[in-house]
Design a protein around this ligand. Structure first.
Ligand code: 3NM
Length: 211
């Protein structure tokens, strides 16, 4: 995949915001996010028809701004909506099962050690997510943060595999994370909770540009 798509990767579910979620997403798109992942998980997450309808609305907004639309975890929904990609964790449907049924689409996996990364590469994923870099309150079952250690090890061992960093990231972490070997930052709260998601996104976009 084109690694630059990972540079400012916004992730959001309807429960990550205290304003209308589509308003926040549109602000982030205007600000210049390069990829969007719908992650509808946890307390008060939408289900059933409301979930599918919300996903469709997010997808059409992304299409309007020509930003690829990725679905977290739910491969069936990704296929149903003809999404641009799917992102799975270690306890979700395995990438080796998804890959042959999802050719030409973006497939990302969260990894936490080099063995998981090796397996993801063998499965033919397009990128890996590594985190949490810093403490996060957006994922209840996140493992303890490990700074940029794993990103450094992973990028040295597997230099060709695109890496996106995740977990507690603010715009001021951009240089540190990219210099460690990541190709981009994925962000929930620093954009989703911002009063002005366009300005928050621009601070990430500008930080990446200035490296
Ligand atoms: N995955 P925020 S951390 C969705 O470590 C997710 O794999 C993580 O949200 C991992 O930017 C995380 O608000 C939450 O910290 C990131």
């Amino acid at each position: 995949m084109d690694k630059t798509l990972l540079s400012t990767y916004f992730i959001m579910g309807s429960n990550n915001v205290s304003r209308p979620p589509l308003e926040v997403l549109e602000e982030a798109l205007i600000g210049g996010i390069t990829l969007f992942q719908l992650r509808e998980k946890g307390e008060n997450a939408l289900t059933g028809d409301a979930y599918v309808e919300f996903a469709k609305q997010c997808q059409s907004l992304c299409q309007k701004y020509k930003v690829p639309f990725i679905v977290n975890d739910d491969f069936d929904l990704a296929v149903q909506l003809d999404a641009d990609g799917v992102h799975v964790g270690q306890s979700d449907l395995n990438a080796t099962v998804i890959r042959p049924q999802f050719k030409g689409k973006i497939l990302g996996v969260s990894v936490h050690n080099l063995e998981e990364m090796q397996n993801a590469i063998q499965a033919g994923v397009d990128y890996v997510g590594i985190g949490p870099v810093y403490a996060t309150s957006s994922k209840a079952d996140a493992i303890p943060p490990s700074g940029t250690k794993m990103i450094k090890e992973a990028s040295q061992r597997f230099p060709a595999m695109p890496i996106v960093a995740i977990g507690g990231l603010q715009a001021e972490h951009t240089a540190e994370v990219l210099q460690a070997g990541a190709d981009g930052l994925s962000i929930i709260s620093a954009i989703a909770s911002a009063e002005d998601a366009t300005a928050a996104t621009q601070s990430f976009v500008n930080a990446v540009k200035n490296i």
